[in-house]
Design a protein around this ligand. Structure first.
Ligand code: GLN
Length: 538
């Protein structure tokens, strides 16, 4: 298409309705028709990025190839669309203001009073158009975080109104996602909150083109008519989004409701083909009717909030389906693991993943978990902090060193995991870790080399501490091999154990590159190893 079309997704009534999933599902359907699509998210908070947020506040932080720490919604976009995202795909209020204030200091608005309208809204619009201007996409789907009516999201909503005014109805549209609550006592679905939410949107000058209605029960024709009449949309633009078993059902549910057709017709785009979803359906079929089952323990610090490890959980879903295997993930708090409890806590698991994380809390528990799986030959995958724990554990119990990571004990006698010199000078927190994709060379014949089927890989990072190469020779001699090295810095990226059926620690985050179409090989093979372990121990 000559010009990109812009689709905005707003939310009303409550938060957490799944705007990201609706956006990703629509993206998937358009992509499956042969169009090129990308999705971006605007977050109305003042942090420049979510990197400094506690996972309990905001879930995990997602890192893109080019380095920025971004919103978790990107963890739905990439796995659904199988296209890489970047900084431009996630913009916060903080970043917008930061850009405007930096420009002001550089004198770009000389003589002018800098204001929300037009300066902030212009900066928002500049960011909306950034992806479209690359010429790479037919559709840009922009999700506006928060709910309509929130004070914080007002400048974004105003920018959307201006974009619609500038581009016209054939080039831009608004999908409004709302909730249709069911009142048990009245045995009725209620449309009033949606009517109010649309009224609110109208008061900002935006008439939504399509309503997507989250609901526990199917929407009757009568309810659809009511919504259409009072919210001023066509009746076939009232789309039911019924609660689904898994987020991966949503593209098919949206297809059934003809969301993609409505979008194309509103934007006057003709489509040459019906969505080609065979692979997606195959994935879903295996996900829902697996032949096998394994139990994997995820040992982490933030286990009471599943969103804190969302991309790991999703990577297991992708890998499980590929292996025709249901992966039951048990969330285990590392603080509950001690020498005394480790055996009973990890009993019956076919594999253990020690999760990424920050700070001292729960670290000894993670180290204890690694010791148990190393000694008992249970498949192990250590990610980032999990890999660092594996290195500390090996140094302590095999090399018999009084070792630690300086994150846990800055005065340790043997800092086998330590800060790099350049990290030691950094005192600010936001965006200062080793972030984004880095190259890694895998040693020929290593397990990692077999797993990837390649010798040069690129994986995403988010950490400060590193394997201390001073200890590399000793470690290798004792059986912990550096299977992957960064070719530029010589930093160790992958460790493996010689005498263990499946023990891999990676300094990077493989979960961030797993998609439905391309499950990550490390997760896939780890699930395979867990299946093997289960078979052998029966
Ligand atoms: N806290 C460790 C570091 O900064 C590990 C980080 C992580 O697991 N993402 O190096």
């Amino acid at each position: 298409m000559s010009q990109a079309k812009y689709i905005f997704v707003t939310g009303g009534v409550t938060s957490s309705l799944g705007k990201g999933i609706i956006a990703a599902s629509l993206g998937k359907l358009l992509q499956a028709r042969g169009f090129t699509v990308t999705i971006q998210k605007f977050d109305p908070y003042i942090n420049i990025d979510p990197g400094t947020l506690n996972p309990y506040e905001h879930g995990e932080c997602y890192v893109t190839d080019d380095g920025p720490e971004t919103d978790l919604d990107l963890c739905t976009y990439e796995p659904f669309l199988n296209v890489r995202t970047s900084q431009a795909n996630n913009v916060t209020t903080g970043r917008i203001y930061n850009n405007v204030i930096t420009k002001e200091r550089h004198g770009e608005y000389l003589g002018k009073t800098v204001q929300v309208v037009p300066h902030i809204t212009d900066e928002i619009k500049r960011n909306i158009f950034l992806l479209g201007e690359t010429g790479q996409y037919d559709f840009i789907i922009t999700e506006i975080g928060g709910s309509v009516g929130d004070i914080e999201s007002l400048p974004f909503v105003e920018a959307v109104r201006q974009v619609r005014w500038e581009l016209g109805a054939n080039n831009s549209m608004v999908i409004h996602l709302t909730l249709i609550p069911y009142l048990k006592a009245a045995k009725e679905l209620k449309t009033k909150p949606t009517q109010h939410s649309v009224k609110e949107l109208l008061s900002y000058g935006i008439q939504p083109d399509i309503l997507v209605c989250r609901t526990e029960l199917p929407l009757s024709m009568e309810i659809r008519k009511k919504l259409a009449l009072f919210c001023n949309v066509n009746i076939n633009s009232v789309i039911e989004a019924i609660d689904a078993d898994t987020i991966y059902d949503v593209p098919l549910l949206m297809k059934k409701e003809k969301l993609d057709e409505r979008v194309l017709s509103k934007l006057k785009v003709t489509s040459k083909q019906e969505p080609e979803l065979e692979q997606w359906k195959g994935f879903l079929g295996k996900l829902k009717n697996p032949m096998n089952e394994v139990n994997i323990g995820l040992v982490g610090k933030y286990v009471s909030l599943p969103d804190a490890y969302k991309s790991i959980a999703e990577a297991f879903i992708h890998a499980g389906s590929q292996n025709d295997c249901k992966v039951n993930v048990s969330w285990i708090s590392s603080e509950d693991i001690t020498k005394e409890t480790v055996k009973e806590t990890l009993a019956g698991l076919d594999g253990v993943l020690v999760a990424p994380g920050f700070g001292e809390r729960g670290l000894e528990g993670k180290i204890e978990a690694v010791r148990y799986v190393r000694e008992n030959k249970i498949p192990f995958l250590g990610i980032c902090l999990g890999m660092q724990c594996a290195v500390v554990e090996f140094a302590r119990h095999v090399l018999k060193l009084e070792a630690s990571t300086t994150e846990l004990n800055p005065k340790t006698k043997h800092p086998v995991i330590d800060l790099m010199e350049e990290q030691k000078k950094i005192t600010t927190k936001g965006g200062t870790m080793r972030l984004g994709a880095y190259a890694c060379k895998l040693k020929k014949g290593s397990k990692a080399n077999h797993i990837y089927g390649d010798t040069l890989i690129h994986e995403r990072h988010r950490h400060r501490y590193e394997f201390n190469n001073k200890y590399l020779d000793q470690m290798e001699e004792a059986g912990m091999k550096a299977a992957g090295i960064n070719p530029d810095s010589g930093l160790v990226e992958v460790v493996e154990l010689k005498d263990h059926p499946w023990f891999v620690g990676v300094q990077y985050h493989p979960e961030l590159r797993s998609t439905v179409q391309n499950p990550h090989p490390l997760f896939s093979k780890f699930v395979g190893a867990a299946m093997e372990h289960k078979k052998n121990s029966q």
